[in-house]
Write a protein of this length. Structure first.
Length: 318
């Protein structure tokens, strides 16, 4: 068998580049830091200065730096599997720094092979690289906006904790059977009367399927923070075995309560969660405000197949 086709390597490399860039890194095996490949520390020794490069490995002469390993380590998923960028060759049980390095070595090998096949100039790859670059810059811009905000105060965090007892101090975890049905007639009229006469989820599923619905019954558990307040209040009133209708748009959905367990989150446990959540919320607000400002100052023209957007009023002052 021959080697991989140019198109196959293009797809793998482009997908890998986009995935890595979305996590704050650069392209295949490259760090987002433009000087990472030349990173060095100056050390004083016996009255002379020597340059100590922070290189973790070389792949066919191309350096993989400690900065790149640290960047990769920061976003390394627990138990990352094999595959392009996934840390193959039995690395799943290796220490995280070794897994990160081996993943970068694999990405570098892919980059070198892609370049050897001329894929660096492939139009499809270039478009995806440009999208990845836009994504990285947008994330950096949003992060910078967040860094400019004042830190979340302990008083703000405590107030949030006290205002949401169902998420923290009085948190419950609900074990439910979740039945979701789609595609058939509305669950009213004769079908509704039939449903009112049954109590078990399997019986409801059978009736809905007979009426032409596609149904799926699963067991799941949900924390109080995952449930809208009104639905949470209704679940708190149910006894095990009882059900509640769940809003699901055009679909029909019910939850049958199996168990309701107390699993509170203490104030000390909640503080870092609340701080991250409030910081993200504040950063999101800043991003929306800044985007609105940028849009009002920009000249945006819709052309071709998208010209109707301008006619609908999605324009900005010139």
């Amino acid at each position: 068998m021959g080697g991989p086709s140019k198109r196959a390597v293009a797809a793998v490399c482009a997908a890998t580049v986009v995935g890595v860039a979305g996590m704050g890194l650069g392209g295949c095996g490259r760090s987002a830091d433009p000087v990472a490949g030349e990173a060095a520390t100056e050390v004083e020794s016996a009255g002379s200065r020597t340059k100590a490069t922070q290189v973790a490995a070389r792949v066919n002469g191309q350096e993989v730096t400690v900065h790149q390993v640290n960047d990769r380590l920061a976003v390394l998923p627990v138990g990352a599997g094999a595959g392009a960028g996934g840390g193959g060759s039995g690395t799943a049980e290796a220490p995280p720094p070794e897994r990160a390095l081996r993943q970068l070595i694999e990405l570098t090998l892919i980059e070198q092979e892609a370049k050897a096949q001329g894929l660096e100039q492939d139009p499809a790859v270039l478009r995806q690289l440009q999208l990845a670059r836009l994504d990285v810059l947008a994330r950096a811009w949003a992060q910078q906006l967040g860094d400019e905000d004042a830190p979340i105060t302990p008083e703000e965090m405590r107030r949030y904790y006290d205002d949401h007892p169902a998420w923290f101090a009085q948190r419950r975890v609900f074990h439910v059977q979740d039945l979701r049905c789609e595609g058939g007639p509305a669950a009213d009229g004769e079908l509704g009367r039939s449903l009112g006469a049954v109590r078990h989820p399997e019986d409801v599923q059978r009736l809905m399927v007979q009426a032409g619905h596609r149904c799926r019954l699963t067991a799941t558990h949900l924390g109080g923070e995952q449930i809208p307040a009104e639905l949470h209040a209704r679940l708190m009133q149910l006894q095990p075995g009882q059900s509640v209708a769940v809003p699901a748009g055009p679909a029909a959905r019910w939850w049958w309560l199996q168990a309701r367990l107390e699993q509170p989150i203490s104030w000390s446990q909640a503080q870092p969660l609340i701080e991250r959540g409030l910081s993200a919320q504040r950063r999101g607000q800043r991003v929306r405000q800044e985007l609105e400002r940028l849009r009002t100052q920009a000249r945006i023209e819709y052309l071709g197949d998208f010209s109707h957007l301008g006619a609908q009023g999605d324009t900005t002052p010139r």
